[in-house]
Design a protein around this ligand. Sequence first.
Ligand code: ASP
Length: 311
Amino acid sequence: MINRRKFLEGMVVVAGSFVGRRAWAQEGKPTLPAVISTWEYGQKANAVAWEILSKGGSSLDAVEKGINRAELDPENDSVGYGGLPNEDGEVTLDAVIMHGPPHAAGAVGCLKRIKPAISVARKVMEKTKHTFLVGEDATRFAVKMGFKEEDLLTEKAKKTWESWKADPKRNSYWSHDTIGMVAVDAKGDVTAGCSTSGLSFKVAGRVGDSPIIGSGAYCDNDIGGAAATGNGDVMMRFCPALVAVELMRQGKSPSEACAASLARISGKGYEAGGALVAISKKGDFGYARLRYADFPHAVRNAQMDEIRKGR
Ligand code: ASP
């Protein structure tokens, strides 16, 4: 397996000069509906979201179903089924969904044996008065809601874990990614969400930034939304998705807002890498990256369906 993230994190430059470089130019006219997702696999997730958005469907359905596409893909080793496990060989999932019109959110952390974590997060939002459920209790809730308990560990992921375990010089974690998605539907309603299996070989019980509202994802129906990927243990200390949305409220473009949000992390001297995608309520796309040499992300509206390299 290619240790892509480790490779990229090796290419560190000085903070500030690389945050959001070239990100200011808005490419393409904003139109609604619109959807943006993290990483190359975001394009397939966007395709599912677009099916819904282009027919006048809601951004809430689009983000849930779009993210499901990544969660159910056994080849995606950092999200949902097929994700790499924790140090004990168990796959645990983190997800959040936030819907603009009611300013409501649902989240699950350390969810076990349920594939579509974002859908469980949506049930938390819609079927309870709570916002965040964790661990075995989140699984029990999911089963009550009709979700099927299944083994999330694929043969491929198990083999990767076994060879990690067998290596006396192993790193504690070496692979991670998150599907983060933000969509604005034809009515102008915003939804943001993300889902991940977190850091591979993480300490059992670890919950990252992804399900934390304002860290992994955030939206405000008057402004737009943002979603994050990267070193969650550090990123969650800065609530970068919330900060990006609040900077958009102050008039920054989505890319400017993402860059300024990540700059707060780089300013504290951490070596952590990460990236943000964002979209304004009008459908302007933006992104920024910190300590990553590039940040592929996928955008889709009526005029474009592309992966941007995010260099
Ligand atoms: N933010 C995720 C986590 O720390 C991983 C990633 O997005 O790369 O769990």
